[in-house]
Ligand binder design. Structure first.
Ligand code: UD1
Ligand code: MG
Length: 486
């Protein structure tokens, strides 16, 4: 029978460790994965249980870690761990920060990013339905090195956990490696009865190989006082895997991405090459979106039905509307309208809003520009701090010269405007509806609606110049041949 669990009294997320093996200035739990920090993933899973208290235990790089934690959840309780080492001490101080609790207390780690709300919830349900003193999330692994071993009695009930190093010591001293050979391991994630946890933790000592106060000793003590200690076994090893170094960071990051791309494909998104497609956890994709190889979708990017993204495209916080096409593009905080077309080789910076059916073509850079419905900026140019009206056609190589070296100025272009190639708009300047500019025009003054603006110098042609000045050149030879023909 599956019952829904009731919200735990507290979730304590352990995050005091130094993470030395990362060899990083950045605290381990702040390293990003899938658009979120490692501890951000842990907090989100914890928050899904809707606990009365959410506690994080910190110590290493405290200020930096706390700032990040509170940014993620401002109601989080911060508990500081003192110089006594060990997971037991960490939990003890987590409990001290919230005072006496009755009910379920869940303990998780800040460096285990793939743990899902579903598994946590199942652990808590199992714990509450079986009225356990402790329920530990365990797994059977091919290599138990480094993990605490789940030790069971003759009836198969859990009698305690023996840490890896202590198991090796027992084997060495007694010649019996039964415990060392156990392959069921402690994930480090548990549901406890809060009162039993507080009571037994007070009895835990640092008398072990590592001189640490082990949280795992609580299991044996709870059992000794007659409590039921059980496991909830998961067969999804990745969910309980922690990040200790950068090879694990990348392996778990790839696994997270595999799960995310899988989920979207099942939801009706075509992902041509999941291995080269990276999608952050908060990205939102509609049915019948197509994603081509080498594409990264970051942040709060949202893609509507029928849009085709990629290949070779990176979008950060971009909204793409229905049926739009975006290829070989880098875009940040931009909005791309229905049926619009972007790329290839296009750079959209923050504040770019492309209207429905509009186009921003090859080798264009845009920033803070609102482009009307059906307007086209097809090739080679820069548009910044500007507004471009509906159906206007901006010629090849146009530039909005928005910066005078001190201030930024706006260019406002009306609807149905046609600009000649290489027009430069020296902002601030306004172009009226239906106006034209000539090729090479440098627009310094406003152009009224329906006018043609031009200011290129009249062309001067010096006939015979090449034959006279470069008589032996290939150009002169070609010119002479051409003259002889005519
Ligand atoms: C711990 C468990 C072990 C389990 C393994 C799973 C204990 C004694 N052992 O081992 O049975 O198989 O996790 O990964 O609990 N932390 C603190 N304060 C501390 C020490 C650790 O907050 O003083 C935090 C760390 O930041 C980390 C987590 O607790 O997030 C686990 O610490 P770690 O040192 O990796 O635990 P292990 O000794 O590997
Ligand atoms: Mg350790």
């Amino acid at each position: 029978m599956v019952l829904n669990s009731s919200s735990p009294a507290a979730v304590i997320v352990l995050a005091a460790g130094a993470g030395t093996r990362m060899k990083s200035d950045l605290p381990k739990i702040l390293h990003p994965m899938g658009g979120r920090s490692l501890v951000g993933h842990a907090l989100d899973a914890a928050m899904s249980l809707n606990p009365e208290h959410l506690v994080a235990v910190v110590r290493h790089q405290r200020e930096r870690v706390v700032e990040h934690l509170l940014e993620h959840n401002s109601e989080l309780v911060i508990a500081d761990q003192d110089e006594v080492p060990g997971t037991g001490r960490a939990v003890e101080q987590g409990l001290e920060a919230i005072g006496a609790v009755t009910g379920t207390v869940v303990v998780t780690y800040g460096d285990v990013p793939l743990l899902t709300p579903e598994t946590l919830n199942a652990l808590v349900s199992e714990h509450q339905n079986s009225r356990n003193a402790v329920t530990v999330l365990s797994a059977n692994v091919p290599d138990a090195t480094g993990y605490g071993r789940i030790v069971r009695d003759e009836q198969g009930l859990v009698s305690g956990i023996v840490e890896h190093k202590d198991a090796l010591k027992i084997a060495e001293e007694t010649g019996d490696s039964t415990i060392a050979n156990i392959t069921e391991i402690n994930s480090g994630i548990y549901a406890f009865d809060g009162e039993i946890l507080a009571r037994t933790l007070a009895e835990v000592t640092t008398d072990n190989v590592q001189g640490e106060k082990y949280l795992t000793d609580v299991l044996g003590l709870a059992r000794a006082e007659g409590g039921r200690v059980a496991t909830y076994v998961t067969d999804d090893l990745m969910e309980v895997e922690g990040v200790n170094d950068r090879t694990q960071l990348s392996a778990l990051g790839a696994e997270l991405n595999r799960r995310i791309t899988d989920r979207w494909m099942r939801a009706g998104v075509t992902i041509v090459d999941p291995a080269t497609t990276w999608i952050d956890v908060d990205v939102d994709l509609a049915q019948d979106v197509t994603i081509k190889p080498n594409t990264q979708l970051h942040g709060a990017t949202k893609i509507a039905p029928g849009a085709v993204i990629g290949p070779d495209t990176t979008l950060q916080d971009v909204i793409v509307d229905e049926e739009a096409t975006v290829r070989r593009t880098e875009a940040i905080e931009a909005v791309i309208g229905i049926g619009a077309n972007v790329g290839p080789f296009t750079y959209l910076r923050p504040g770019t809003v492309l209207g429905d059916t509009g186009k921003i073509g090859a080798f264009y850079e845009t920033k803070n520009v609102k482009i009307g419905r059906g307007a086209k900026l097809s090739h080679l140019g820069y548009a910044g701090d500007a507004e471009i009206g509906e159906n206007s056609n901006i010629g090849c190589g146009n530039i909005t010269a928005n910066y005078d070296g001190v201030n930024k100025h706006r260019t406002v272009i009306g609807a149905e405007v046609r600009t000649g190639s290489n027009t430069v708009f020296t902002a601030p300047v306004e172009i009226g509806d239906g106006a034209y500019t000539a090729a090479g025009a440098v627009i310094r003054k406003d152009v009224p609606a329906g006018s043609l603006a031009m200011n290129a110098m009249e062309q001067r042609t010096i006939e015979g110049w090449v034959l006279e000045r470069r008589p032996d050149s290939a150009a002169a030879k070609a010119a002479r041949a051409s003259n002889e023909k005519s």
